[in-house]
Design a protein around this ligand. Structure first.
Ligand code: FES
Length: 153
C-alpha cells in the first residue's frame, strides 16, 4: 500500500493522525516514518509539520529512523524494574547481540527500553510491535523470539 492510499483512507481530520502514522510506519517493514512523508501527512490533515513531528516524538512507539521488522520495547519504569525488567533487558541484549536502540544484523529485531506500557499488573512487561506481553521470564522471552523469528520466514 502506498502513502497516498493510506491518506485517502482517512478523513482530513487530525483525529486520525495516530492511525495514519501507525499505517505508514507499518508500510516499509522497517517500522519507521520517513521524514519525506511527514509533510504529506501534515498537508493532508491541514496541520503544521511540527505538529506531526511533535506527535511522533511524544509517542515512543514511533520512529523516523529505520528499525527492525519487530520492535521489542521493554518497560523500564519502576514497577517493572522492581519485578526484574533490568535482568530481562540484559537477557535480551545477550540473546540478540545488540544494545538498547540497536537492530540485529539480520534486520529482524530492534531492542528498545520504554516508559510504562500500562501493563503494570503483569510486570515485568514488554511489547513486540503492537502486542503486549507480561509476567515475563527468560524462558518466555526465548519462546517469543523463536515465534517472531519463525513468523518472519
Ligand atoms: S511499570 Fe511496566 S508496564 Fe507499567
Amino acid at each position: 500500500m502506498e502513502v497516498d492510499t493510506i491518506l485517502s483512507k482517512y478523513p482530513r481530520s487530525k483525529d486520525y493522525l495516530l492511525e495514519i502514522l501507525h499505517d505508514i510506519q507499518n508500510l516499509s517493514g522497517k517500522n519507521f516514518i520517513p521524514d519525506e512523508v511527514i509533510q504529506r501527512v501534515a498537508d493532508h490533515l491541514n496541520v503544521k509539520k511540527a505538529q506531526v513531528y511533535g506527535v511522533i516524538g511524544y509517542y515512543s512507539m514511533f520512529s523516523t529512523k529505520p528499525r527492525g521488522k519487530h520492535v521489542i520495547r521493554v518497560c523500564a519504569s519502576p514497577i517493572c524494574n522492581m519485578m526484574g525488567s533490568c535482568n530481562l533487558l540484559d537477557f535480551l541484549k545477550q540473546k540478540l547481540g545488540v544494545e538498547v536502540g540497536e537492530t540485529t544484523a539480520d534486520g529482524l529485531f530492534t531492542l528498545e527500553a520504554a516508559e510504562c506500557l500500562g501493563n503494570c499488573a503483569a510486570a515485568p512487561a514488554l511489547m513486540i510491535n503492537q502486542e503486549m506481553f507480561g509476567n515475563l521470564t527468560p524462558g518466555m522471552i526465548e519462546s517469543l523470539l523463536e515465534h517472531y523469528s519463525k513468523k518472519s520466514k
